[in-house]
Design a protein around this ligand. Sequence first.
Ligand SMILES: CC(C)(COP(=O)(O)OP(=O)(O)OC[C@H]1O[C@@H](n2cnc3c(N)ncnc32)[C@H](O)[C@@H]1OP(=O)(O)O)[C@@H](O)C(=O)NCCC(=O)NCCS
Length: 158
Amino acid sequence: MTAEPRLRAARAADLPALLALEARFPGDRLSARQFRHHLDNPRARLRVAVGEGGLLGYHLLLLRRGSAWARLYSIAVDPSARGRGLGRRLLADAEAQARAAGCTGLRLEVRQDNAAAVALYEASGYRREAALPAYYEDGAPGWRYAKAAGHDFGPTAA
Ligand SMILES: CC(C)(COP(=O)(O)OP(=O)(O)OC[C@H]1O[C@@H](n2cnc3c(N)ncnc32)[C@H](O)[C@@H]1OP(=O)(O)O)[C@@H](O)C(=O)NCCC(=O)NCCS
């Protein structure tokens, strides 16, 4: 039986694997510069999931000064590791990080055509707050989702 991937804070040595993971997705990608910036940013939480096959996923959470709402900037799971609950674990970890930082909720934006991510957020208790016309660089529309802190917000800190 394979061990569950472990979630931990990202470090500089994870950068090549993070970039390799990003390279596997079409569309908007985080650059090396952006990852480096967020590794050093005290108001960001960049966390990775590491399994036997190496880096299998990550999330990037941004905490905003003066805002009780954290923003999930990015979340991704390697195609080889999808459909086994890792996205759900990473999302719960982001919520736990937000709660630990004193936030009362989490917001995120997602492409309307990203069925897997929309299903993940809705299954995790996120509510659709707004439609965002032409939100993405290619003109595609997005949704804004939010989840206010409640008893199920951030239940499983890794
Ligand atoms: C979205 C993503 C992170 C989901 O990761 P994952 O590890 O496969 O998700 P999980 O296995 O934890 O799935 C949790 C729930 O999400 C939903 N879900 C996940 N993938 C799905 C799919 N392909 N189709 C429909 N629902 C899906 C289901 O409700 C699932 O619960 P269930 O297994 O009990 O039915 C992954 O598909 C991914 O990395 N996509 C590319 C990057 C991306 O789009 N990120 C989001 C940008 S906003």
